[in-house]
Design a binder for this molecule. Structure first.
Ligand code: MG
Length: 160
């Protein structure tokens, strides 16, 4: 059994789509980043890579690389899942907390869990997403950013 942690934060601003957990959410602001800036998927990628001892998302997909400009983070997540599998691990569970003032996520969380499970090729019961506010404090509380924390459990497969 291996455990990994992931954390990421992105700025919210006008003129960008808001994509969280692979799902496009109707909101006047979106996250700024080199890719589609899906902060939840980035955090999950780091948790998975961390648990597998494979470094971090910046090492595998550098933001100086033009191939990754505007890329869907769903593609990165699928690539990370392959790397984790090739390293001999299977995903036990993923637990995530998204920290944001708005929009409210309760109604889209089931869709996000479904999408992430499909991208990773695992059962939906292995993914749990939570949302909380920052109680109006700091940049997240002012609605200027969204952050995500993730904890991942991997199990090593028996060598054949
Ligand atoms: Mg990021």
């Amino acid at each position: 059994m291996k455990v990994g942690i992931g954390y990421d934060i992105h700025r919210l601003l006008e003129g960008r789509k808001l994509i969280l957990g692979g799902v496009e959410i109707d909101y006047p602001l979106g996250l700024l980043g080199h890719s589609d800036a899906d902060v939840l998927i980035h955090s999950i990628c780091d948790g998975l890579l961390g648990a597998a001892g494979l470094g971090d998302i910046g090492r595998h997909f550098p933001d100086t690389d033009e191939r990754y400009r505007g890329i869907s983070s769903a593609v990165l997540l699928q690539e990370v899942a392959v790397k984790v599998s090739e390293a001999g691990f299977s995903i036990g569970n993923i637990d995530a907390t998204v920290i944001l003032e708005l929009p409210k996520l309760a109604s889209v969380i089931p869709q996000m869990e479904e999408e992430l499970a499909a991208l990773l090729g695992i059962g939906r019961d292995r993914i749990n997403i939570k949302a909380t506010t920052n109680e109006g404090l700091d940049s997240i509380g002012r609605g200027e950013a969204i952050a995500a924390w993730v904890v991942v459990g991997l199990s090593g497969r028996e060598k054949e």
